[in-house]
Design a protein around this ligand. Structure first.
Ligand SMILES: Nc1ncnc2c1ncn2[C@@H]1O[C@H](COP(=O)(O)OP(=O)(O)OP(=O)(O)O)[C@@H](O)[C@H]1O
Length: 230
C-alpha cells in the first residue's frame, strides 16, 4: 500500500532529519514505527502522508509512484491517505464546529445530505454526541477533539491511515476507544495502518509488526537496513 524508498527529508537540505530510510506497509497491514523523541518519526510520517516533499527517494502509494510534489503531493493523491496527529489543537481549524471539522474533506462533494449522513455515522463511531458536534475546538477536551480528528481522517474512506502519536495526550480509556475505532474501520475497509509513536507496549499490541527507527536508518550498515525492509 505504501512504499518509502530511500527517503531523505527534513527542513534543511544540508542537514536532513530523515536519511535514506526505506519502509513498506503492505495492503491491509498495520505497522508500528517506534523511536525516541526527536528522531524524525513525525517528519517521516508527514512524508508518508504526502504532506512533506522528500529531498531524495520516492514514495509509492497503492502501486503508483507519487509525482507532481510541490511542498505537498497533489490533492488527488493525498485524499487516499488519512492522517491523525499528536496535537489535535494544532491540526484543527479553531473556527469550525466539530461537525464542520469532520465534514471538511467532503466540502467539495456538494452533496449535503450525504455529507450529513456520513458525518453522523462517523461521529457515532468515534463516540461524539450531537451537542458536542456543535461546539468549537476551544470548548471541548483534547480527547473529544482527537475523536473528531480521527473521524475527519476516516471521512474519505482512505486506503491508508497514518496515526502520528495519535494517543500520546490521551488517557487509557480514550486511547483504547480510538484504537478500537481504527481497528473497526480497518476490519471493514481493509485499510492499511502506519502508527508512529514511542509507546512500545501500545504499538506491539495494536500492530501486526513493529519497526524500530534504528532499523530503518539507511546510513547504517547495509545488511541492517535490508533486514528492516524485509
Ligand atoms: N518545521 C520544522 N523546522 C525545522 N526543524 C524541525 C521542524 N519540525 C521538526 N524539526 C526538527 O526535526 C527533528 C525531528 O523532528 P520530528 O518531529 O520528526 O521528530 P519525532 O521523532 O516525531 O519527535 P517526537 O516524538 O518528539 O514528536 C527535530 O530535531 C526537530 O527539532
Amino acid at each position: 500500500m505504501l512504499e518509502l524508498n530511500r527517503v531523505t527529508a527534513g527542513y534543511d537540505r544540508r542537514d536532513p532529519v530523515v536519511r535514506d530510510v526505506s519502509l513498506a506497509v503492505a495492503p491491509g497491514e498495520s505497522v508500528g514505527l517506534l523511536g525516541p523523541s526527536g528522531c524524525g518519526k513525525s517528519t517521516l510520517a508527514r512524508v508518508a502522508a504526502l504532506l512533506h516533499r522528500p529531498d531524495a527517494g520516492s514514495v509509492v502509494l497503492a502501486g503508483a509512484p507519487v509525482k507532481g510534489w510541490r511542498y505537498r503531493a497533489p490533492q488527488e493523491q493525498r485524499t487516499a491517505v488519512g492522517v491523525v496527529f499528536q496535537q489535535p489543537r494544532l491540526s484543527a481549524d479553531p473556527r469550525l464546529s466539530l461537525r464542520e471539522l469532520i465534514a471538511q474533506p467532503l466540502r467539495s462533494t456538494g452533496r449535503r445530505h450525504e455529507v450529513a449522513v456520513r458525518v453522523a455515522e462517523l461521529a457515532r463511531e468515534v463516540g461524539l454526541t450531537g451537542e458536542l458536534l456543535d461546539r468549537r475546538p476551544h470548548a471541548v477536551s483534547d480527547g473529544q477533539l482527537q475523536r473528531a480528528c480521527l473521524a475527519r481522517a476516516l471521512v474519505l474512506r482512505p486506503g491508508l491511515l497514518i496515526c502520528d502519536e495519535m494517543t500520546a495526550m490521551l488517557d487509557a480509556s480514550t486511547t483504547a476507544a480510538l484504537v478500537s475505532v481504527v481497528e473497526a474501520y480497518r476490519a471493514e475497509s481493509g485499510a492499511a495502518l502506519l502508527a508512529v509513536g514511542h509507546d512500545r507496549v501500545l504499538l506491539e499490541r495494536w500492530c501486526d509488526r513493529t519497526v524500530r527507527w534504528e532499523e530503518l536508518d539507511g546510513t547504517r550498515e547495509p545488511a541492517e537496513a535490508v533486514g528492516a525492509r524485509g
